[in-house]
Design a binder for this molecule. Structure first.
Ligand SMILES: [Zn+2]
Length: 126
Protein backbone atom coordinates (compact mmCIF):
# COMPACT_ATOMS: atom_id res chain seq x y z
CA UNK A 1 0.00 0.00 0.00
CA UNK A 2 1.41 3.36 -0.86
CA UNK A 3 1.67 6.26 -3.19
CA UNK A 4 3.10 5.94 -6.65
CA UNK A 5 4.30 8.52 -9.12
CA UNK A 6 6.82 8.75 -11.89
CA UNK A 7 9.35 9.40 -9.14
CA UNK A 8 8.76 6.05 -7.47
CA UNK A 9 6.69 4.97 -4.55
CA UNK A 10 6.89 4.71 -0.81
CA UNK A 11 5.02 2.41 1.53
CA UNK A 12 3.80 4.85 4.14
CA UNK A 13 4.55 8.02 5.97
CA UNK A 14 6.06 10.99 4.23
CA UNK A 15 6.20 10.86 0.48
CA UNK A 16 9.07 12.64 -1.22
CA UNK A 17 8.57 13.74 -4.80
CA UNK A 18 11.62 15.18 -6.47
CA UNK A 19 11.10 18.61 -8.03
CA UNK A 20 12.22 17.49 -11.47
CA UNK A 21 9.43 14.87 -11.52
CA UNK A 22 6.77 17.60 -11.33
CA UNK A 23 4.21 17.90 -12.89
CA UNK A 24 3.25 14.37 -12.00
CA UNK A 25 0.20 12.21 -11.63
CA UNK A 26 -0.20 10.47 -8.31
CA UNK A 27 -1.53 6.98 -7.93
CA UNK A 28 -2.54 4.89 -4.95
CA UNK A 29 -1.13 1.37 -4.94
CA UNK A 30 -3.03 -1.01 -2.68
CA UNK A 31 -0.94 -4.13 -3.14
CA UNK A 32 -0.62 -7.15 -5.43
CA UNK A 33 -3.80 -7.98 -7.33
CA UNK A 34 -5.21 -4.52 -6.82
CA UNK A 35 -5.62 -1.77 -9.35
CA UNK A 36 -3.37 1.25 -9.23
CA UNK A 37 -5.82 4.07 -8.63
CA UNK A 38 -5.42 7.66 -9.74
CA UNK A 39 -5.75 9.98 -6.75
CA UNK A 40 -4.48 13.33 -7.94
CA UNK A 41 -1.72 15.31 -9.54
CA UNK A 42 0.97 17.81 -8.65
CA UNK A 43 1.57 20.93 -10.72
CA UNK A 44 4.80 22.93 -10.78
CA UNK A 45 3.22 25.88 -8.96
CA UNK A 46 1.76 23.75 -6.18
CA UNK A 47 3.29 24.28 -2.76
CA UNK A 48 0.98 21.79 -1.08
CA UNK A 49 -0.91 18.79 -2.36
CA UNK A 50 -4.17 17.61 -0.95
CA UNK A 51 -5.18 14.05 -1.59
CA UNK A 52 -8.50 12.55 -0.72
CA UNK A 53 -8.30 8.87 0.11
CA UNK A 54 -10.36 7.08 -0.85
CA UNK A 55 -11.09 9.24 -3.84
CA UNK A 56 -14.70 10.43 -3.98
CA UNK A 57 -16.06 9.56 -7.39
CA UNK A 58 -18.67 11.66 -9.17
CA UNK A 59 -21.11 10.68 -11.88
CA UNK A 60 -22.77 12.89 -14.45
CA UNK A 61 -26.53 13.06 -15.05
CA UNK A 62 -26.37 10.05 -17.36
CA UNK A 63 -24.73 7.93 -14.67
CA UNK A 64 -21.26 7.94 -16.24
CA UNK A 65 -18.26 8.43 -13.99
CA UNK A 66 -16.46 11.77 -14.19
CA UNK A 67 -12.71 11.32 -14.62
CA UNK A 68 -10.80 12.86 -11.66
CA UNK A 69 -7.99 13.89 -14.01
CA UNK A 70 -9.62 15.42 -17.09
CA UNK A 71 -12.91 16.14 -15.26
CA UNK A 72 -14.87 14.81 -18.24
CA UNK A 73 -17.14 11.81 -18.59
CA UNK A 74 -17.21 11.24 -22.34
CA UNK A 75 -14.33 8.74 -22.31
CA UNK A 76 -15.01 6.96 -19.03
CA UNK A 77 -16.22 3.40 -18.81
CA UNK A 78 -17.57 1.55 -15.81
CA UNK A 79 -15.60 -1.54 -14.80
CA UNK A 80 -17.75 -4.66 -14.62
CA UNK A 81 -16.47 -7.76 -12.86
CA UNK A 82 -18.05 -10.91 -14.19
CA UNK A 83 -17.14 -14.58 -14.32
CA UNK A 84 -17.19 -14.64 -18.11
CA UNK A 85 -15.82 -11.30 -19.31
CA UNK A 86 -17.09 -10.16 -22.67
CA UNK A 87 -14.64 -9.28 -25.42
CA UNK A 88 -15.29 -7.23 -28.53
CA UNK A 89 -13.49 -8.24 -31.71
CA UNK A 90 -12.76 -5.56 -34.28
CA UNK A 91 -11.49 -6.45 -37.73
CA UNK A 92 -9.91 -3.60 -39.69
CA UNK A 93 -8.61 -4.82 -43.02
CA UNK A 94 -6.32 -7.70 -42.06
CA UNK A 95 -5.84 -6.59 -38.45
CA UNK A 96 -7.92 -8.13 -35.69
CA UNK A 97 -7.95 -6.42 -32.32
CA UNK A 98 -9.68 -7.42 -29.12
CA UNK A 99 -11.03 -5.05 -26.53
CA UNK A 100 -12.79 -5.71 -23.27
CA UNK A 101 -14.47 -2.31 -23.58
CA UNK A 102 -17.98 -2.61 -24.97
CA UNK A 103 -20.16 0.47 -24.99
CA UNK A 104 -19.55 2.25 -21.70
CA UNK A 105 -18.43 -0.86 -19.83
CA UNK A 106 -15.05 -2.51 -19.35
CA UNK A 107 -15.40 -6.24 -18.69
CA UNK A 108 -12.88 -7.83 -16.37
CA UNK A 109 -12.53 -11.12 -14.59
CA UNK A 110 -14.48 -12.00 -11.48
CA UNK A 111 -11.84 -10.62 -9.12
CA UNK A 112 -12.22 -6.92 -8.52
CA UNK A 113 -9.03 -4.90 -8.45
CA UNK A 114 -10.73 -2.09 -6.59
CA UNK A 115 -11.16 0.37 -9.45
CA UNK A 116 -14.70 1.44 -10.34
CA UNK A 117 -14.04 3.09 -13.69
CA UNK A 118 -11.46 3.72 -16.39
CA UNK A 119 -10.77 6.83 -18.48
CA UNK A 120 -9.82 5.97 -22.04
CA UNK A 121 -8.41 9.47 -22.64
CA UNK A 122 -5.95 9.38 -19.73
CA UNK A 123 -5.63 5.59 -19.47
CA UNK A 124 -6.13 5.67 -15.71
CA UNK A 125 -8.28 3.74 -13.27
CA UNK A 126 -10.08 5.29 -10.37
ZN1 LIG B 1 -9.75 11.41 -18.06
Amino acid sequence: MGLLSSGGWQKSGVYHLSADAVPADLFFYQGPGSDTLYVGSVAAQDTAVQLRLPLVLRKNLLGHYVCPKCHKSDKTVTIVNSEAPLVRRTITGTDTTYSSIIGRKLYEGCISGGARAHCQRDNIRF
